[in-house]
Design a protein around this ligand. Structure first.
Ligand SMILES: Cc1cc2nc3c(=O)[nH]c(=O)nc-3n(C[C@H](O)[C@H](O)[C@H](O)COP(=O)(O)OP(=O)(O)OC[C@H]3O[C@@H](n4cnc5c(N)ncnc54)[C@H](O)[C@@H]3O)c2cc1C
Length: 348
């Protein structure tokens, strides 16, 4: 393999279930973004996947390749059945040393956030967490100009500014990105990847590195699926009373949508954390997002402004949410929501 390619960590639920391995959506989104960057850099997109029993999962590997992978590095070992930090971080660090990629991308998941800093520390390279965009551009410092360096863009200072972070002097540039932030490529069934099998021992990972034994994994069912929801009805502090939440749930049920909330609504314990939309919550792209009693601060908008259509209901005509809304209703949620429900039901 030639150097300077882009490497994506392909995260999967291997070991968590007894059925087929499922690759996390965020990994597919990262492959999609990597294909865009790779086109400009004229390099390949490679993936690394770790776990056990991938030899039974050839179809799965072929399917991920359809998103744009040129090469897949497979590290298949019974000891990798469950994720543990040290072996994963050591194996990926050794692979990066071997392949010498220019850019390495991880999902900002619990696993990604665990191993990416360990790898960055091992390789003494830069890592930017929770990027909301990745671009390539020119960067000049002390009369030295770097072409096509990775511009890692993310909110900083409480979301009040967008910072562009570069690490051109340390290779590779590494970033984590949250699920839902990057757009998915359409699948190309003709795209094929070269599969390269790697052995743990060749990557300097030995029995002594397996210091943690995972006895059992208990999966907690999510109470809401905001990622795949076409319609989301979101409650802000202006719609957080018991009566307003009942109306919001009623509207979501009527429209066949899901209920979400702004961070203060979650912090107040009105809805659980998996309902939170925004910079520190989930990023969503529904067809319709109904923002009820939400002021529209930048940290909330970061998670929902890519919705196809936004309907905002707020009693303050100057609320910032109206500047991004496609449809605006100035009024009290307690008056407006029952009218929407009744109008919708009467039209059916
Ligand atoms: C580091 C950091 C990360 C953050 N992450 C997130 C995040 O992920 N998600 C997030 O949401 N926030 C986040 N925040 C908080 C964010 O800054 C705002 O405080 C928050 O989004 C405001 O929530 P809100 O709009 O529900 O409440 P408010 O700002 O209090 O707005 C309430 C709105 O309701 C309207 N209203 C009141 N009563 C009614 C009524 N009866 N009918 C109609 N309208 C009414 C008011 O006019 C007002 O516009 C973060 C903040 C920081 C510093």
């Amino acid at each position: 393999m030639s150097e300077n390619n882009i490497l994506v960590f392909i995260e999967n639920n291997n070991g968590n279930v007894n059925v087929n391995v499922n690759v996390l959506q965020v990994s597919l989104e990262l492959i999609s973004k990597a294909t865009e960057l790779a086109k400009t850099l004229n390099v390949k997109v490679c993936g690394v996947i770790l776990g056990f029993n991938f030899h039974l999962q050839n179809e799965m590997l072929e399917n991920i390749a359809h998103y744009g992978l040129d090469e897949i590095y497979v590290i298949d070992d019974p000891r990798l059945k469950h994720f543990t930090s040290i072996p994963y971080a050591k194996a990926i660090s050794a692979l990066i040393r071997k392949l010498n990629p220019n850019i390495v991308l991880f999902g900002a998941t619990t696993t990604g956030r665990d191993i990416a800093p360990r790898i960055a520390s091992e390789l003494k390279c830069g890592l930017t967490a929770d990027c909301t965009d990745l671009q390539l551009g020119e960067y000049t410092i002390k009369n030295k100009t770097y072409q096509n360096t990775l511009l890692q863009i993310r909110p900083a200072f409480g979301g009040n500014i967008m910072a562009t972070i570069v690490s051109p002097d340390s290779s590779p540039s590494m970033a984590t990105v949250r699920e839902g932030v990057m757009r998915l490529n359409s699948v190309d069934p003709n795209k094929k990847a070269i599969i390269v099998n790697e052995k743990l021992s060749d990557l300097n990972v030995f029995d002594s590195d397996f210091q943690t034994e995972v006895v059992e994994i208990i999966l907690k069912e999510k109470s809401v699926d905001l990622k795949n929801a076409k319609i989301i009805v979101a409650a802000g502090m202006g719609a957080s009373s018991e009566g307003a939440i009942t109306l919001i749930k009623d509207l979501a049920r009527t429209l066949g949508g899901e209920v979400a909330g702004s961070r203060p609504v979650i912090d107040a314990g009105v809805l659980t954390k998996d309902h939170q939309v925004g910079q520190t919550g989930i990023t969503v792209r529904p067809t319709l997002y109904i923002a009820c009693g939400i002021s529209g601060q930048i940290q909330h908008r970061a998670g929902m402004e890519e919705a196809k259509r936004i309907l905002a209901i707020n009693k303050d005509p100057n609320a910032p949410i109206f500047s991004i809304a496609h449809y605006s209703i100035v009024g009290d949620v307690m008056d407006v929501i029952p009218k929407i429900i009744s109008a919708y039901k009467n039209k059916l």
